[in-house]
Design a protein around this ligand. Structure first.
Ligand SMILES: Nc1ncnc2c1ncn2[C@@H]1O[C@H](COP(=O)(O)OP(=O)(O)O)[C@@H](O)[C@H]1O
Ligand SMILES: [Mg+2]
Length: 275
């Protein structure tokens, strides 16, 4: 049986590590034998780029086709729209056409739940459906949060980005009140840390101090590493590119924690320390 948990990876700031986290968490969960679908919900289409797919041929079938079909006819066909990538998970890619879909969403009824309607029939095929959000709190991100069970918030350890986290948490609260009451924060993941700088250390501590009592702030952080940037430029996860690196270890840890949390929710988790 699949758990079918939907996790949005969101922060309205660009460049905080959303796509990197989405790709590497998907790869990490796949290595743990989980069935994973990664949905790119950013018109920049970075997921396919980070997996080296868009270089081969332009993406013809994308999440835009599914959304348009769902808007027009209240149903959609998944055939040939879900790609299998060689890192062991499936992918629904995106491209710039998604921007016009976001405009269209503005003028229809039930605009917040189009993605949810698309993903619901897929839940019994996957253990995890991860949604890589675009850097805004617009209608696409709202669609992701309405479809999601939980959200992972990558937060860069510098001042402005920490502010973005606050705005996003307020939006999540609003979406809970407006129609997705069980949405919760899976965790705040502090990214691009550089323990040599005082600023990075201080921000990490501030994020922990500000949000740690209410939300899970993962106790480990994703360090800033050239190898991580290289891996996405070369079109693969850090788990594939440098499996022994500390960046790969952190993303494997995240995958393990996310899987455990889902197991706890379904009652399958057995605490190794319990008698
Ligand atoms: N931990 C890291 N260390 C170094 N570079 C990183 C790290 N995480 C992401 N990057 C790079 O930073 C850029 C932005 O990351 P990305 O994941 O695309 O952010 P977002 O999706 O939030 O815009 C990319 O070029 C990516 O390769
Ligand atoms: Mg991105």
């Amino acid at each position: 049986m699949t758990t079918g948990k939907v996790i949005a990876i969101a922060n309205q700031k660009g460049g905080v590590g959303k796509t990197t986290t989405a790709v590497n968490l998907a790869a990490g969960l796949a290595q743990r034998k989980q069935k994973v679908l990664l949905v790119d919900l950013d018109p920049q289409g970075d997921v396919a780029k980070a997996l080296g797919l868009s270089k081969q041929e332009p993406m013809k079938q994308t999440v835009s086709n599914l959304m348009l079909e769902m808007i027009v006819s209240d149903t959609c066909s998944y055939e040939k729209r879900i790609l299998q990538c060689d890192e062991g998970f499936d992918l629904i890619p995106s491209n710039e056409k998604l921007s016009s879909i976001e405009v269209t969403l503005g003028s229809i009824e039930d605009k917040e739940t189009v993605l949810k309607d698309i993903l619901t029939p897929l839940k019994n095929r996957y253990d995890f459906i991860l949604i890589d959000c675009k850097p805004s709190l617009g209608m696409l991100t709202i669609n992701a949060l309405c479809a999601a069970n939980s959200a992972i918030i990558p937060s860069q350890s510098e001042f402005l980005s920490a502010n973005g986290t606050y705005e996003l948490l307020k939006r999540i609260q609003k979406i809970r009140e407006d129609g997705n009451p069980s949405l919760y924060v899976e965790g705040i993941l502090v990214t691009m840390t550089d323990d040599r700088t005082i600023l990075s250390r201080t921000m990490k501590e501030q994020i922990q101090a500000q949000y740690g009592s209410q939300f899970l702030v993962y106790p480990w952080t994703v360090p800033r590493r050239i190898a991580i940037a290289e891996s996405s430029a070369l079109g693969m996860s850090i788990l594939k590119y440098r499996p022994e690196s500390d960046g790969a270890q952190i993303y494997r840890k995240l995958a393990k924690e996310v899987e455990r949390n889902a197991q706890r929710e379904t009652g399958k988790y057995r605490d190794p320390h319990a008698r």
